[in-house]
Design a protein around this ligand. Structure first.
Ligand SMILES: *Cc1c(COP(=O)(O)O)cnc(C)c1O
Length: 392
């Protein structure tokens, strides 16, 4: 097996099939003509009379899906128009009225909103579990628990789940384990080696990598694949060939980019931990972080996304901090080449009460680490109203 960097460059590509072109081109199309009557009849597969149609993908779609299935280590993948669409349609593919689902308490906010409103309205019982549950999740499992949906490290507070323990408990009642694997990407966490049944990527983030397209992808093992596939197709989910092309292009450089995001994130997070305005840094790759041991055991690296908590909710101080950051834009999403911050405040939780301060999500981009550290510390000092060091 090649090194991951080499693998990412070569998987899901077939230059010979496309006139020698290195990148699979953008294939557009709705109608796919049958050669004759007998091939039309032969194309009726799995009880589906319309298996050949643009909605089921083009060669651009399949190049991306094949690459992701291989990199995640799963059976097959399906694309969706956004990461959120991948999360919610993967969930819908498995549940029926009367089922029970368990959701980690640090789940991505819009996924939390979906399960709390739509799933509940459809008659599915939704219950949250603490990210530290591990094998204790058994206490919340019921005979009708159909799905355990996790995200590790979770959104905004970055607690790590003990996935092998959760998967073992969930499988003992026949439940499927779905993981939002966006933070680590397929590069730094191997979901299927840890027992997960479906792994979801907001490809919008590190896979696209340049903040210029929205895309989601879900990958299933053999057991979960028929349900995932049928569920997504029944909802008519597709993704644009242009966005798939951008995602395939982004994929090639993902290992090179992530190495830099990883080191920038760890260095920036460690240096911020010592600033007097900051009470907590949430980054599982930092020694002493509550998730550090699990991260070390199960992950192969870290992304550039982490959380910090400042010791005040004073809007004047917060405005001084955010408005003096020059390299960190204020904006949603992450995984592009640029550094970002999101002013969060108090994240919504069912179990743990977040601390007294104000949470900020930080994405360390690909800029030089010295510039990032200088920019952040300067803004923190100004926020504290300390005399500012002259900037060269
Ligand atoms: C951004 C994000 C999503 C949603 O992705 P979109 O493409 O923005 O819909 C899902 N999960 C996590 C963890 C995310 O950070």
């Amino acid at each position: 097996m090649h090194d991951a960097t080499t693998h990412y460059l070569h998987c899901g590509r077939d230059s010979e099939a496309y006139g020698g072109l290195i990148n699979t081109p953008v294939f557009r199309g709705s109608t796919v003509l049958a050669k004759d009557f007998s091939s039309w009849e032969a194309s009726k597969k799995d009880g589906n009379p319309y298996a050949h149609y643009g909605r089921f993908g083009t060669p651009t779609t399949r190049a991306f899906e094949d690459a992701i299935a291989e990199l995640e280590g799963g059976h097959s993948s399906l694309v969706f128009p956004s990461g959120l669409a991948a999360c919610v349609h993967a969930l819908l593919a498995f549940v029926s009225a009367g089922d029970h689902v368990l959701i980690t308490d640090n789940i991505y906010g819009p996924t939390r909103a979906f399960v709390s409103t739509v799933l509940t309205r459809l008659g599915v019982a939704v219950e949250f579990f603490v990210p530290s549950a591990g094998a204790n999740i058994a206490r919340q499992l019921r005979a009708n628990t159909r799905v355990v949906f996790t995200e590790s490290p979770g959104s905004l507070t970055f607690e790590v789940c003990d996935l092998p323990a959760i998967c073992q408990a969930a499988h003992s009642v026949g439940a499927f384990v779905l993981l939002d694997n966006t933070w680590a990407s397929p590069l730094y966490f191997k979901p299927f080696e840890h027992g997960v049944d479906v792994s979801i990527q907001a490809a919008t983030k590190y896979i696209v990598g340049h903040s210029d397209a929205l895309l989601g992808v879900a990958t299933a093992n053999e057991r979960a694949w028929p349900l995932l596939k049928a569920g997504a197709h029944d909802f008519g989910q597709t993704a644009s060939p242009d966005d798939l092309f951008l995602a395939l292009r982004g994929l090639r450089t993902l290992p090179v980019r992530l190495q830099r995001h990883w080191s920038n994130g760890v260095e920036l997070a460690s240096s911020l931990a010592h600033h007097p305005l900051i009470t907590r840094v949430m980054h599982p790759a930092l020694p002493g972080d509550p998730g550090h041991d699990l991260w070390k055991r199960d992950f192969l690296g870290a992304s550039g996304l982490f959380g910090i908590e400042v010791n005040t909710q004073d809007p004047v101080v917060l405005a001084r901090l955010f408005d003096n950051l020059k390299l960190f834009g204020i904006g949603l999403s992450w995984g592009g080449f640029e550094s970002l911050v999101v002013p969060v405040g108090q994240p919504q939780r069912n179990h743990c009460t977040p601390a007294q301060g104000y949470l900020i999500r930080v994405h360390a981009g690909l800029e030089h680490i010295n510039d990032l550290q200088h920019d952040f510390h300067r803004a923190l000092d100004i926020a504290l109203n300390k005399p500012c060091v002259a900037v060269a």
